[in-house]
Design a protein around this ligand. Structure first.
Ligand SMILES: Nc1ncnc2c1ncn2[C@@H]1O[C@H](COP(=O)(O)OP(=O)(O)OP(=O)(O)O)[C@@H](O)[C@H]1O
Length: 354
């Protein structure tokens, strides 16, 4: 694999190509040498790679500007802190008279040029996404070595907060929420020209708007994959262990179905009111799922049979046996119709027999 950022010299790159190096080999992020060259804005190397058939599967080069917002348009000092994640703090701020969320990226991350560039590429991708179940990206505030970006503000917080406050959800609500997440995820997986794998789908990365709809957010860890979606790897340290697919934990090749696995665990939590195996560390949980094939328990009292069947398929140990989000949506819509029929017949929430 030609790592342009490390080699950096045109004559060395030319020599490697002459010696037969593959100009379109990909690294674990799905980046080719041309993606790499775009990242460091090396025009000369870009030209050489393109002349030899190099492509950039990211479909984005660093020259694609993220939507930039003048730093003076947002008064960060008047912002209210609403949360904190792995990358930094999140504030509620006003921008052009509208309440929006400002996500600040720690200076330790933002000051590293390579990381910053990769991050800006992720944001350039997010900028292109438009779907009712995907949190809307608004733009980037760039200011010396600080990196802050704005997204729409979702006043009801995350699904994690909702489950902590409300506990177990009734089946119609859980199914409606599952449909929201599945629709957002299906949009990402069917993204053209390349599918987008979220890779860190967790209750914290699902937010609720004023109307009660859920939206998927946080693409800091998501990566573009080629349509033939096997062959990429990520380290076991990436993403949240509690929702991690076994193949990711075992550091094997993975595809879109890692998100289906995480989705199943989120749906399980909605019926249960929180995570299972709370006493175990997330890493231990992931380890047992990966090596002992352990899965959460589903009592027939809480989980309607069609939901149990769906979850078993979604967290199947063989990634190829897991359904796509398109299939999941069809199944959930049928389950929803079944629940509505039961409701119409006067059944109470506690006694759904599907
Ligand atoms: N657009 C938003 N609207 C409202 N609240 C938000 C928004 N984005 C984030 N938050 C709140 O801020 C918290 C932190 O968000 P952030 O995305 O930084 O981290 P996280 O998803 O919790 O964790 P990680 O960074 O590890 O993925 C969220 O849990 C949520 O409560």
């Amino acid at each position: 694999m030609i790592v342009v950022a490390e080699i950096g010299r045109t004559e060395v790159i030319s020599l490697l190509i002459e010696k037969g190096a593959d100009v379109n080999s990909t690294d674990r992020w799905g980046r080719t040498p041309l993606s790499d060259a775009h990242g460091i804005e090396h025009e000369e190397i870009c030209k050489i790679l393109k002349a030899h058939g190099g492509i950039d599967p990211m479909g984005l080069d660093s020259l694609t500007p993220c939507y930039e917002i003048d730093f003076t348009e947002v008064n960060m000092k008047d912002g209210t802190l609403i949360g904190e994640g792995a990358y930094g703090e999140v504030y509620l701020v006003k921008w052009r008279g509208t309440e929006v969320a400002a996500k600040t990226i720690r200076s330790s991350i933002a000051s590293n040029e390579m990381v910053k560039k990769t991050f800006l590429k992720e944001l350039a991708l997010w900028q292109k996404l438009r779907h009712p179940n995907i949190v809307q990206f608004l733009g980037v505030l760039r200011h010396s070595n600080r990196l802050i970006f704005l997204t729409e503000y979702l006043c009801n917080g995350s699904l994690y907060d909702i489950l902590r406050k409300r506990g177990r959800l009734d089946p119609p609500t859980a199914v409606a929420y599952a449909l929201d997440i599945a629709r957002g995820m299906n949009y990402l997986h069917q993204h053209k020209p390349h599918a987008i794998i979220h890779r860190d789908l967790t209750p914290r990365n699902v937010l609720q708007d004023e109307a009660g709809h859920l939206k998927v957010t946080d693409f800091g860890l998501s990566k573009i994959v080629q349509e033939k979606d096997f062959g990429y790897k990520m380290t076991g340290g990436t993403g949240s262990y509690r929702y991690m697919a076994p193949e990711v934990y075992r550091r094997e090749s993975y595809g879109k179905s890692v998100d289906v696995f995480s989705f199943a665990l989120i749906v399980h939590e909605m019926f249960q009111g929180g995570p299972s195996n709370k006493m175990e560390t997330p890493e231990k949980v992931a380890d047992r799922r990966a090596y002992e094939d352990s899965r959460p328990i589903m009592s027939s009292y809480i989980y309607p049979e069609p939901i149990r069947m769906l979850l078993r398929e979604c967290w199947h140990k063989n990634p190829e046996c897991r359904p796509t989000f398109e299939d999941i949506i069809v199944q959930l819509e049928m389950i929803q119709q079944g629940l509505q029929l039961k409701n119409g017949m006067g059944a109470c929430c506690a006694c759904y027999i599907l």
